[in-house]
Design a protein around this ligand. Structure first.
Ligand SMILES: [Zn+2]
Length: 305
């Protein structure tokens, strides 16, 4: 085979077991978003500078069935081995006692064997979106969803403190962070898993799909548009930052995100300090790891026209 365009005509002659393994290899390992993201939490915006990208397209496409499910009957069957949509009769179902918000997504494809589970919700959502606490809380809801699939879980650092960001200081915590009535229960929920990725930054990469897919950073076939990378994986993070920077440098963009704003080791120190302060637990310090979320938006909406 001289190039990918040349194809692989002998593929149908491979044994079925081998073909299925190849299809499985093509399935994405996604970040399954339980709820819709809020652009105002990502961009530094005010009345004169609204968020250039609303993130919804990224979230929507990331919840589509994997690309290979549309190749042929055989590949579709492989995608359905572990992936599915939530059945219609279970969508929008409010379970008594659980936390619920109208930002929750029940219409996204979920592969129980491959996907991690992420909650975008922070206190900032409370202003604009309906939610009900019941006997639960957002973090307990997340912990339950993670336990149902035995997958990894992640949340936003701003969930732990609304002011979390590069300029975070202890003074801002004492002024703005009210006592969390669910603190003890949420600490117990967090302890149910031995590892949590906590997103300290969100960086939106605006690129056409073909260029981004060719980097392999958004899945083998470019159908894994939301990625959360552990800050301890410096080499991997640098690959994403390089792509994000090059996409900004080559175009006039409405809002720059300054991807290398903060050294990675500082993010870890601040996160550990935050967890100790908000959860009051030494035990959780080893469980939380800072991560950066990278979102691929192919709409080019951040370009200045
Ligand atoms: Zn966009």
């Amino acid at each position: 085979m001289s190039s990918p365009e040349a194809g692989f005509p002998l593929f149908p002659q491979l044994p079925l077991e081998l073909r299925e393994e190849i299809w499985r290899f093509c399935l994405p390992n996604r970040v399954h978003e339980l709820d819709r993201p809020l652009a105002e939490n990502v961009y530094d915006v005010d009345e004169d500078h609204p968020a250039p990208c609303h993130l919804q397209r990224t979230s929507l496409v990331n919840g589509y069935p994997p690309l290979i499910s549309r190749v042929c009957r055989e590949s579709r069957a492989v995608a359905h081995e572990t992936g599915r949509f939530l059945p219609l009769d279970q969508q929008d179902q409010i379970v008594e006692g659980e936390w619920y918000s109208d930002t929750l997504r029940h219409d996204a494809w979920r592969d129980a064997a491959r996907d991690s589970v992420h909650l975008n919700w922070t206190r900032a959502y409370e202003v604009d979106f309906y939610y009900t606490e019941g006997d639960g809380s957002p973090l307990e809801y997340l912990a339950k969803q993670v336990s149902l699939t035995k997958s990894d879980g992640s949340m936003m650092a701003q969930y732990l403190d609304a002011n979390f960001g590069p300029d975070y200081t202890e003074v801002s915590t004492s002024v703005y962070h009210p006592q969390n009535p669910n603190k003890e229960r949420e600490s117990e929920a967090l302890k149910q898993q031995s590892s949590w990725l906590v997103v300290t930054r969100v960086i939106v990469v605006h690129s056409d799909l073909q260029s981004a897919a060719a980097t392999g950073l958004f899945g083998l076939l470019g159908d894994s548009l939301v990625q959360i990378v552990d800050c301890s994986n410096g080499a991997r993070i640098r690959q994403y930052l390089d792509l994000a920077e090059s996409c900004e440098q080559h175009h006039q963009v409405a809002i720059r995100q300054n991807p290398r704003q903060e050294p990675l080791n500082e993010a870890e120190q601040r996160l550990k300090w935050l967890v100790k302060r908000t959860q009051g637990s030494e035990e959780l310090l080893s469980a939380v790891r800072p991560g950066i979320m990278f979102r691929l938006c192919t709409q080019q909406c951040n370009r200045r026209v």
